[in-house]
Design a protein around this ligand. Structure first.
Ligand code: SAH
Ligand code: SF4
Length: 364
């Protein structure tokens, strides 16, 4: 295996510092960064503006840890594609490209498998394999960005003469949800480094408001995000409005109990001056009754919050049924009585198991 460092692990400032340590002006590292993140170039021989000596050194020290595609499936809905990506150690993860509601979104994984064991989640059912590195997270976004560049037609109106950047000519990745495999706050440092790289203004330049991190409710991570004033959106998976109901679906609620979680969420909202999105997987007859809706209303009343309702997607290890349209609407109406805005997530990509909680790969 190569001992070269993965380019995608490096924040821009680190790349510049590295170039300085190699004895080169940082301007070359800055150009290398834009070649990769702005122009989508991963081929050392296609970077003519880099001096040969710098290119030779960089190539000797760095590799582009891009993911090989082990499989690719397209949903019959026409909006969703799922990629099974192979990591350097042959482990695999899944990444989803969604093109609905008028925008392009990548659903990115933060771990291979997950240690949290939520009963209705296919990733939880497979158990924890390992954390992903920052570069392995960034490379998923780059994969999706490459797919977009390769498949979207060039927009002639935007292709200005002399413009070099693929940014200006092709559909690019604009939105990211950290809602794929794994619990992002269980892999805090790697995830935040990846987010910094994705947001870098000289590169992909993703807006902070275009990135949403979803957590099962890892309290120390929520508090850290608040203290560090991380500007991305936060979604918290609730699923139960009492400690008992929640712990039956989300086992880690025993470690991070509901009342302490609510305290952490209120702290986050106050500190960040920003709302939280709560996710609620609707399971027929389990947590979708009017009583459950009232319990959510009482729990969240007065909070800057929005509730995202997700009708249960099927997984092999859980035999619950999704809530029907009418009951979901009723749930929403009750939340509205508590001034809680909510949405019902569209069911997409279910035929290729690309929906929420459906991502899983065979354990080696
Ligand atoms: N680990 C993070 C993010 C990944 S899961 C978290 O748990 O928040 C993204 C969302 O899908 C979570 O709200 C999760 O609870 C939900 N989910 C998991 N399995 C599901 C299923 N089978 N059907 C619908 N939603 C599911
Ligand atoms: Fe892990 Fe999230 Fe699935 Fe729970 S729902 S097992 S935290 S990926």
């Amino acid at each position: 295996m190569s001992t070269r460092a993965n380019f995608y692990d490096l924040p821009r400032a680190e790349l510049l510092a590295l170039a300085a340590r190699w004895g080169f002006p940082t301007v070359h590292a800055a150009r290398l960064w834009t070649y990769v993140y702005l122009d989508g170039v991963e081929d050392w021989s296609a970077m003519p503006e880099l001096p040969a000596r710098f290119r030779v050194k960089a190539e000797a020290e760095l590799k582009f840890g891009r993911h090989d595609t082990a499989a690719e499936t397209h949903s019959s809905d026409g909006f969703t594609r799922k990629y099974l990506l192979q990591l350097g150690d042959q482990r695999k993860i899944e990444t989803v490209l969604m093109r609905y509601t008028g925008r392009v979104t990548a659903c990115i994984s933060s771990q291979a498998g997950c240690a949290m064991g939520c009963v209705f989640c296919a990733t939880g059912q497979m158990g924890f394999i390992r954390h992903l590195s920052p570069g392995e997270i960034v490379a998923q976004a780059m994969h999706i960005d490459r797919v977009l560049r390769d498949t979207s037609p060039a927009t002639p109106a935007l292709a200005q003469p002399g413009s070099k950047s693929a940014h200006e000519r092709h559909e690019r990745l604009r939105n990211i949800v950290l809602m794929g495999m794994g619990e992002p706050l269980h892999n805090y440092d790697a995830v935040m480094t990846a987010v910094d790289i994705l947001r870098d203004a000289n590169g992909l330049a993703l807006g902070a408001k275009k990135i949403t991190l979803s957590t099962v409710g890892v309290i120390p991570g929520i508090i850290r995000m608040a203290d560090e004033l991380r500007p991305i959106h936060l979604a918290v998976s609730l699923h139960g409005a009492t400690q008992e109901e929640r712990a039956a679906l989300v086992p880690v609620a025993k470690k991070w109990p509901l009342d302490e979680l609510m305290e952490a969420c209120r702290y986050y909202i106050a500190k960040q001056q920003r709302r939280i999105f709560y996710e609620w997987t609707l399971i027929e007859g389990k947590n979708d009754t009017p009583e459950s809706a009232h319990a959510v209303g009482r729990l969240l009343k007065g909070q800057e919050a929005q509730v995202n309702l997700i009708p249960l997607n099927p997984t092999a290890g859980y035999d619950g049924e999704p809530t029907g349209r009418e009951a979901a609407k009723r749930f929403q109406e009750i939340l509205a009585e508590y001034d809680l805005p909510s949405t019902i997530r569209q069911r997409r990509g279910i035929d290729i198991a690309a929906g929420c909680g459906q991502l899983a790969v065979a354990k080696k």
